[in-house]
Every structure is written in structure tokens, then in C-alpha cells.
Design a binder for this molecule. Structure first.
Ligand SMILES: *Cc1c(COP(=O)(O)O)cnc(C)c1O
Length: 362
């Protein structure tokens, strides 16, 4: 039986990371109230700006916790007292933003569209025209549910036409997709997807107008209050014990990304997705998303009914490849192959060989 020499994660994060990033986890034990940690924090923040906001228009705030922690911090720290947030939802993660708002008693103008369809910009426009209590607009850049890229420029243009700032969840987009942050007022990212760090650290990057906004918004959380986190970070401190080792890994992952360069990272992912998709179509597998909307890093495929998800998953797992199931009503009917992370071309080629073997013998 052909088998990969290591576990290859074809799930959309956490991803395989390089030896260099793994080694960073073994750096010295440090106290987060000492200069060593301030230097680390400054280095991570500087790299995030250099890579994603070269004009330095966006102020980063780095948060210990998975991507959802940064997303929750972003939403609860920005919506004003008597304001609503308009959320464009066409997948699990759009819905998650609405749930975060609801859990924090924030009113939502919830614009829901079916999975695999573009977000409801016309409905959003109608809401913005009639409902003056809408304070901002939030959307997901790369909807991980299906590997679907949402139209960022159109979303930002619409919100700005009504003078509303935009929050973008680009947790699975940053590092893997082109995005013009020039129009984005606040973007949320995390360490362990296309940035190729380890789980435990996430971040928001925000423009000046958002700094004014978070200072005025009501305090809905003690731990995830962005204005408190930002005030500490401007003094190169964190208010609570940070995930120091995950910061080390993120710092190294960002150094790697700077060396690889963002355009080449995106191109590497795009080429891997292209190769995989050629292979899938050769095996007769059907993709779910229309090609023009497909991301560079996730391919959603129908599970061949002859084999079923469980068997496909288990056979691949036995050969050291981890695929990802569908969510919601696509559970069992769809599987996802992500090509994020430090994975070599030969490993993707082996995956296609192994997949062919399993489908033929299934
Ligand atoms: C992964 C992901 C998240 C956050 O997930 P965590 O498990 O909290 O890291 C949020 N939004 C999108 C679009 C994602 O892909």
C-alpha cells in the first residue's frame, strides 16, 4: 500500500508547517512582561503590516486564541450602542458572525444567501437604504464552507457608498488569495491557515477610523475588548498571558512568508489547486462550486456514492492523508481537499495516485 511518509493535512487548517516553524516552538522560555516578548510582539506586528498592509494603513492587534477569538473581538468591539451590523452570509462562517453578534445581544441585519451563491448585495443595498441604524457591514472573504471567494471590491464599494465601514473575515484568505486591503476597514486573520503558523494566535488589522470606533463602542467583553488589547499593544504589551510559543511560530512563519513573498505564496497555492483539480476531473470527481468562484486553496467535491465519505476518509487516513468532510446538509455528501500549508508537489501527486487506487478498488 502506497503511503505518505508523514501525515498530510488536507483540511483547511491547522496546516502542515515547515521544520523551521516547528523549531521556533523550541525557542527560550520567556516572561511576557520582559523586553524579549515586547520585541517578539513588535516583530509579528511589523511583519503583518509589511506583508498585508505595506502602506501601513492598518494597525495590527494580535490576540491569543483561534480565529474565532479575533472575529468575536472584532464584532463586539465595533458595533455602537444603538447600531446594527449587516452581515452577508453565504456559508457556515457568515452564519458564525451572525451567531457571535446574537450571543452578544447585538442586532443583526442578516442577509442570507444559499451556499455556493454570491452574497445578496441587492438585498443589502435595500436594507442600507431604509435602515439607518445599520452601523457597519461584515462579510467573509473566502467562505471555507465550499471554498468560495466572495466579491470583496463590490462589498466594500456598497458599504462605503453608504458611509459604513467593512469588517472582513479573511481567516482562510490572507496568504492564499489576492485581496486589496485598501478598501477594508478591519480584517480578521489567523496564524494557522495560509500563513502557515501553528494554532493559538489570531489577529485583526484596522484602519484609523476603526480605532476611533472601538474607543466609543460599549464594552461587551473584558477579555476580547479590542480597545484594551490595542492600548496595551501600542506599549508593546499584552493585558493577559499570551500564547508565547505560538507567537514564536507565527513570527517565523511570517519571516518565511516575507522570503517566499506574498505573490509567490498565492501562486504556489493556485498551482497546487490547479494540479489537484486536473487530477480530480481525470478521476471523474465532480466539483461543487462554479469555477470562477473557486478559491486557490479549497476544492469541494461530491463524494462518489459507491464509496461514501467514511470509507473514503478512512482509506485515505490509513495512507496518511487527512481530508475534510462537508458541513450542515452536505455532511456525508461532500468532501473538501485543502491545499494550504507546507506541502510539496510530490505529496499532492502521491495523494492523487492513492485516491485513484482507492476509488478503483472501492
Ligand atoms: C477557520 C475559519 C474561522 C475560524 O476558525 P477557528 O477554528 O476559530 O480558528 C473563521 N472563519 C473562516 C472563514 C475560517 O475559515
Amino acid at each position: 500500500m502506497k503511503k505518505a511518509a508523514r501525515t498530510i493535512l488536507l483540511n483547511p487548517g491547522p496546516v502542515n508547517v515547515s521544520m523551521r516553524v516547528k523549531r521556533a516552538l523550541l525557542k527560550a522560555d520567556i516572561c511576557h512582561r520582559e523586553k524579549e516578548f515586547s520585541d517578539l510582539l513588535a516583530s509579528v506586528g511589523g511583519s503583518l503590516q509589511e506583508i498585508f498592509s505595506p502602506g501601513r494603513e492598518h494597525q495590527p492587534v494580535i490576540i491569543s486564541g483561534s480565529g474565532t477569538a479575533a472575529l468575536e473581538a472584532a464584532i463586539i468591539s465595533t458595533v455602537g450602542e444603538h447600531e446594527k451590523i449587516l452581515i452577508l452570509d453565504n456559508g457556515v462562517y457568515g452564519d458564525r458572525m451572525a451567531r457571535i453578534a446574537a450571543a452578544n445581544n447585538i442586532e443583526v441585519e442578516h442577509i442570507k444567501s444559499p451556499w455556493g451563491h454570491t452574497p445578496g448585495l441587492e438585498s443589502a443595498r435595500q436594507s442600507l437604504e431604509v435602515d439607518l441604524s445599520i452601523g457597519l457591514v461584515a462579510a467573509v472573504h473566502h467562505e471555507t464552507t465550499l471554498g468560495f471567494i466572495n466579491p470583496m471590491p463590490e462589498i466594500c464599494k456598497l458599504a462605503h457608498e453608504f458611509g459604513k465601514p467593512v469588517i472582513i473575515d479573511s481567516i482562510s484568505g490572507l496568504g492564499g488569495e489576492e485581496i486589496d486591503l485598501g478598501m477594508v476597514d478591519m480584517v480578521v486573520g489567523s496564524a494557522n491557515k495560509c500563513i502557515q503558523g501553528v494554532p493559538g494566535v489570531s489577529f485583526v488589522m484596522m484602519k484609523k477610523d476603526m480605532i476611533n470606533r472601538i474607543e466609543k463602542a460599549p464594552k461587551r467583553s473584558f477579555y476580547l475588548d479590542l480597545s484594551n488589547l490595542l492600548a496595551h499593544q501600542q506599549r508593546l504589551e499584552t493585558p493577559f498571558t499570551p500564547a508565547v510559543k505560538a507567537f514564536y511560530a507565527l513570527d517565523e512563519a511570517l519571516a518565511e512568508l516575507r522570503e517566499e513573498t506574498l505573490p509567490k505564496r498565492i501562486e504556489r497555492y493556485r498551482a497546487a489547486a490547479r494540479m489537484l483539480r486536473d487530477g480530480f476531473s481525470g478521476l471523474g470527481l465532480k466539483t461543487i462550486v462554479e469555477e470562477i468562484f473557486m478559491s486557490n486553496t479549497i476544492t469541494a467535491l461530491e463524494v462518489p456514492p459507491e464509496i461514501g465519505y467514511e470509507k473514503l476518509h478512512d482509506e485515505l487516513k490509513a495512507r496518511n492523508f487527512v481530508i475534510y468532510s462537508g458541513q450542515g446538509n452536505l455532511e456525508g455528501k461532500m468532501f473538501r481537499v485543502a491545499n494550504m500549508g507546507d506541502i510539496q508537489t510530490e505529496e499532492f501527486e502521491l495523494f492523487l495516485e492513492v485516491l485513484e487506487e482507492i476509488l478503483n478498488n472501492g
